[in-house]
Design a protein around this ligand. Structure first.
Ligand code: GLV
Ligand code: MN
Ligand code: MN
Length: 409
């Protein structure tokens, strides 16, 4: 019997998972290592345990669920994504990749298929980076891109470090055995929503991702001087907001590109001390900068640094990198295999580059990796309104299953 995706089971599981951290507007707030994210981990662990799949957790909390292979000594073929979400995120970003991978494992189990290498599902820790920066923390630690100690020391807005939050997940998942970071993987596949408009516009249910553009995050701190709002004349002011506003306006003008390939976002902006009648002494804002070409990204970063350095007067400004993710091209062997899986499912082949970053970007550094995209309505993501048509979720899972079977054959 050939393994088959159980459509009703997959859709039900996606609904059930969305209850963890559900927001009134229909999205989820399931930030990394929060209570709802820990509950979501227990939910997938229970499904795995009921199947007799073993589970493992590594020192950054990456969670692995394993269907044993004929040869348990072989490195596993792995599929997954992340269970954490943006503070007001959607139900599918990350969740689809984990639940579809689990559905594949169950479909293989239902069919009683024996595979030589073990096949595993992974949920990487803190992909989003909204609570603890940087994002893609679990895959960075696993692939050795950043030292574990540095990531464990990252703190959220309340001052809680990753290292402080991790024991709760270990306590909630006692059945998961410890596994070291970087244990060899045979291959890694990630199904994800596109988070952009391309596939929907073209009516393509499943796309093959050839690579991911580079991303860089910075934090800019503009230091001025607090003063009385009612008495301080213009010439005496060192208003951190005014300086920050000038910097932002110049950045937007300098980074605008005619072909619309540069992505520049300020997603966080805070003024201190934050009082109506005090001139702001400090403005702190984030920058998310992306471009598909690394050389161009270098030029853009240089422009950002120059403008921040030159345009703050009479205030002072400093810039601090929060995250650097190099662009990544997936190996032809894996994109080719995904293309075969798409054809196995009777679908047309469409290749595209990812604008969003993903754990696969880092895991590609340690094993052959690739990604499969499905459309999301209006290209909307990082938004509670994020929506995936059920038939697209199922089509993505079918392609993932076909690709996994080829890899594990
Ligand atoms: C991932 O969440 C990204 O920001 O690309
Ligand atoms: Mn994601
Ligand atoms: Mn995301």
């Amino acid at each position: 019997m050939a393994p088959r995706i159980d459509q009703a089971r997959l859709l039900r599981r996606l609904d059930e998972l969305a209850a963890f951290g559900a927001t009134p507007a229909g999205g989820v707030d399931r930030q990394a290592l929060s209570e709802p994210e820990i509950a979501a981990r227990s939910y997938v662990l229970d499904i795995a345990a009921a199947r007799g799949f073993r589970s493992f957790v590594d020192p950054i909390g990456n969670l692995f669920l394993r269907r044993e292979g004929i040869d348990p000594s072989l490195p596993p073929v792995v599929a997954g994504s992340h269970l954490d979400s943006q503070p007001r995120g959607g139900r599918y970003d990350g969740a689809l990749g984990v639940m579809a991978a689990l559905e594949c494992l169950e479909a293989i189990d239902d069919a009683g298929v024996a595979h030589r290498p073990p096949v595993e599902v992974v949920a990487w820790t803190n992909e989003e980076g909204s609570r603890f920066a940087p994002g893609a923390m679990g895959s960075m630690a696993y692939s050795g891109a950043r030292p574990l100690a540095e990531l464990l020391a990252s703190r959220d807005a309340e001052g809680i470090a990753v290292a402080d939050a991790l024991p709760a997940i270990l306590a909630a998942t006692p059945e998961a055995a410890p596994r070291p970071l970087g244990a060899p993987l045979a291959a890694y596949l990630e199904l994800h929503i596109e988070q952009g408009p391309v596939l929907e516009a073209e009516g393509i249910p499943v796309g093959i991702v050839t690579g991911i553009q580079g991303a860089r995050w910075f934090e800019v701190t503009v230091a001025g001087e607090a003063g009385h709002a009612g008495t301080t004349p213009e010439a005496f002011r060192k208003d951190a907001f005014v300086a920050a506003q000038r910097i932002v306006a110049e950045l937007r003008a300098a980074l605008a590109d005619r072909d619309d390939r540069t992505r520049f976002t300020i997603g966080r902006f805070a003024l201190h001390p934050g009082s109506v009648n005090t001139i702001p002494a400090e403005a702190v804002f984030s920058i998310d900068l992306r471009h598909p070409e690394e050389d161009r990204l270098d030029e853009l970063e240089a422009a950002v640094r120059r403008i921040v350095a030159e345009r703050a007067a009479p205030c002072r400004a400093a810039i601090r990198p929060l995250l650097t993710i190099p662009g990544r091209r997936f190996p032809d062997r894996i994109t080719g295999l995904c293309a075969e899986a798409v054809r196995d499912c009777g679908l047309l082949e469409r290749r595209l580059v990812s604008g969003a970053f993903h754990d696969a970007q880092f895991i590609a550094g340690i094993c052959p990796s690739g990604m499969i995209f499905v459309p999301c309505r209006g290209g909307i993501s990082h938004n509670e309104a994020e929506h995936v048509e059920p038939e697209h979720a199922v089509a993505g899972a079918r392609v993932l299953l076909a690709a996994l079977l080829r890899l594990a054959a």
